[in-house]
Design a binder for this molecule. Sequence first.
Ligand code: PSU
Ligand code: MN
Length: 302
Amino acid sequence: MDIDYAPSVKEALAAGKPVVALESTIISHGFPYPKNTELAAEMERVIREQGAEPATIALIKGRIKCGLTSDELEHLATADDVLKCSVRDLPVALAQGRTGATTVASTSYIAERAGVRVFATGGIGGVHRAEEGADGFDVSADLLELSRSRVIVVAAGAKSILDLPATLEVLESYSVPVVGYGTDMFPAFHSISSGLPVPATAGDLSELSAMVKAHFDLDLPSGMLVCNPIPEKDAMSNGEIEVLVEKARTEAVSKGIKGAGMTPYILGALNRLSDGRTSEVNLALALNNAKLAAELAATLSL
Ligand code: PSU
Ligand code: MN
């Protein structure tokens, strides 16, 4: 696989220094402009602050990039013709020379092959609630890819817009380890807890690192999902977010939104309905994940 590395990422990998992968769909389709440019820059800054190297992954004019220039980040944040590329979209986008943003699934796929083992994002895709899916059935490829790319994904759980019990069931069926960081509960993205238990908890960084090392030692074919709840000071209450989610869901259903457009539509609607509050919350949790991912990557480089 032909990957264009940013020089700083190439050097860090060659020297065995910690590197953290970042996705680009969150920039192109997850945040409004100009909040998305702030997000892209801040994610990289937080990772560097911890002594790790950020490697944002995307397709630029038919080339796979691992580490982007600030011009490339700006382009992803502002252009309106950036494809949302999950794994199945990669061959077509590459062959057509397109520019595409990578999801959790395709970022994990590329990160593993690029030699990057830790990846920070906001939230993962999951099983959509039946009534809003295409023909009542919409399961994100993020879940399948977690089962077959050896990358540790640090996320604040998944949005309460999804069917969270079903999402956890699928992760169990796919043999994906799910670990709560400092929590027994599966976090619900904007809020600290979904009320659903996680199968395992890491109390601190050294416990988490031991689990991750054991995961790689076992040579399991999967990744691991590290669930890092949003800091309490930044969180929304379940009640607060549920009201917004209900409105966003109703809107999406009435507009007939389906498939790959669903997650971006919901994120946009939540931002609009909350006057930008959900994007502030999303930024806070994503930065919190970037910090933990960088700390974790450092423990693997020792
Ligand atoms: N969830 C969020 N923000 C996001 C996404 C999910 O809260 O930006 C993005 C991620 O890139 C994720 C993708 O991988 O949406 C999932 O899309 P789908 O449900 O179409 O698989
Ligand atoms: Mn889908």
